[in-house]
Design a protein around this ligand. Structure first.
Ligand SMILES: Cc1cc2nc3c(=O)[nH]c(=O)nc-3n(C[C@H](O)[C@H](O)[C@H](O)COP(=O)(O)OP(=O)(O)OC[C@H]3O[C@@H](n4cnc5c(N)ncnc54)[C@H](O)[C@@H]3O)c2cc1C
Length: 449
């Protein structure tokens, strides 16, 4: 048994200890030290090695959705749960019950990491659910605010929010088309959040009623979280992002007068990302609100490209990974410059596993004299991924968050499948983490023999 596990772990493809990034703009931050993994138990090391080995097979990651349904048919719901719980689920999900989540958060906190809870609910076109379901989702989000805040050990808590869990994707698409022709006034959206029965131009009675309900739901969540938990709104697809941004900006206008409690996400794989960040800065100055930015590369590249090709429009995504990197670093510099001038008005989370961008952020933070842990700049990675980066950042005194999904195996499997497919370039590039884990594994074997 041990022999076959050993073979599986160490004879998987891409064994060479290659780092994805080689040009270090700064020697200040080094992510090459396997001792970061000394905090992991032996079983955690084995689990991470096994899961990353699985993820290094593109065929398995690309077809993980099909594999899950085949396994469910063969093993049944309970059997699948028994298979996933100690492996993939334990690697990427905090748990299901509040005590499991609290335990995971406490452990992170002891390692200098902060938790950013994420409820794995989202919808795409054709998956819309009724008003009742959106209300239930709101209650789940309110529960997330409570859990994030109730744990006294979690400093400056954050949570992620997918707007399509509260507002139908179909309406987001319609709003995106409407506001491209005639932008809605932010004040009007804020008034609707306050309960005014606004007539939004272009919407029929049913759409208007749903939009008003959704804005009330968002208002309830924002009211519950302000002064307690920072709410980071996720970016989704370009065919709905302008609508998501409209609503998020209205929330910022209402709730971010003195501090950034509501944040928006900017996807740097988009050709328009730099102008979107500049536009957000301008709007925050004109409207007098504080701006919180989650800076990501973007998770929906393949779908964006396929759709653009099908509809005969130009690809909205940069043509190469290098162009996306350049765009990410340019947006990062814009935000860090703004923060260095008025740190109390702007905040950014560098939400990336990319060592080069993280090093660049570290270098610029030092050059611009920004406080490492002053709250204006922090870093974010997904739970279970790139722990060597997260732990090193924590050791160096930066504020670092792990995006932490939680829920039952049944509820989180669709989320994990989507994330695995969206992040497969990252998952398949985690050779370095696997090599560092192996080094730590060998060190322990050597010590014990
Ligand atoms: C805390 C957190 C929150 C997140 N929230 C969101 C969110 O709200 N919305 C969202 O969309 N994503 C979100 N993501 C996912 C994120 O967008 C990326 O998919 C993921 O982090 C990988 O990017 P990277 O910078 O970590 O890694 P890297 O390996 O440096 O970059 C991989 C990314 O580069 C881009 N890329 C790869 N190949 C090409 C190419 N040929 N041409 C152009 N671009 C290319 C893609 O965006 C790909 O995901 C989040 C990630 C984290 C850690």
């Amino acid at each position: 048994m041990f022999h076959s596990l050993f073979l599986l772990l160490f004879w998987c493809p891409f064994m060479s200890p290659t780092s994805k990034q080689s040009n270090h703009p700064s020697a200040a931050l080094s992510f090459d030290d396997p001792s970061a993994f000394r905090v992991k138990s032996f079983s955690e090391l084995l689990r991470a090695l096994g899961v990353f080995c699985f993820c290094s097979f593109p065929m398995l990651v690309n077809n993980c959705g099909k594999l899950m349904s085949i396994s469910r048919t063969l093993l049944g719901r309970r059997g699948l749960s028994l298979l996933l719980r100690p492996t993939v689920y334990a690697q990427f999900v905090a748990g299901e019950s509040e005590s499991e989540i609290a335990q995971a958060m406490r452990k992170m906190s002891s390692l200098g990491l902060r938790a950013m809870l994420a409820v794995p609910i989202e919808e795409d076109l054709g998956e819309s659910t009724g008003e009742q379901r959106y209300d239930n989702n709101m209650r789940t989000m309110l529960e997330c605010v409570r859990i994030s805040h109730s744990n006294t050990w979690s400093k400056d808590p954050m949570m992620q929010l997918k707007l399509t869990a509260l507002l139908s994707p179909e309406l987001c698409v319609k709003l995106t088309t409407l506001i491209a022709k005639q932008p809605y006034d932010l004040t009007m959206v804020v008034r609707a959040m306050d309960g005014e029965a606004i007539c939004f131009p272009g919407l029929d009675e049913h759409e208007r009623a749903h939009f008003l309900c959704a804005l009330r739901r968002l208002n309830t969540i924002a009211e519950a979280s302000v002064n307690k938990v920072r709410v980071l709104v996720d970016a989704e697809y370009t065919y709905m992002n302008p609508a998501l941004s409209l609503v998020t900006m209205a929330m910022m206008k209402k709730f971010n007068r003195d501090d950034a409690w509501i944040w928006n996400t900017y996807q740097c794989y988009l050709k328009e990302s730099k102008s979107l960040v500049l536009e957000a800065l301008r709007l925050s100055q004109d409207e007098g609100f504080c701006l919180g930015v989650k800076l990501v590369r973007g998770a929906y590249m393949d779908k964006e490209r396929t759709l653009a090709e099908k509809e005969g429009r130009p690809d909205p995504v940069h043509t190469s990974w290098e162009d996306t990197n350049e765009s990410y670093n340019a947006c990062l510099n814009i935000m860090l410059d703004a923060i260095s001038q008025t740190p109390e008005r702007y905040r950014i989370i560098v939400a990336s596993h990319n060592e080069e961008s993280i090093r660049l952020a570290g270098t610029r933070i030092a050059e611009l004299g920004i406080d490492k842990d002053g709250g204006a700049v922090c870093f974010g990675q997904l739970l279970g991924m790139c722990d060597h980066v997260s732990l090193t950042l924590a050791k160096e005194g930066y504020a670092i968050y792990k995006s932490v999904p939680y829920g039952s195996v049944e509820d989180t499997v669709p989320y994990l499948v989507r994330r695995a497919q969206e992040n497969r370039t990252v998952l398949q590039g985690i050779r370095k983490e696997r090599d560092l884990l192996k080094q730590e594994f060998y060190r322990r074997l050597w010590r014990s023999s």
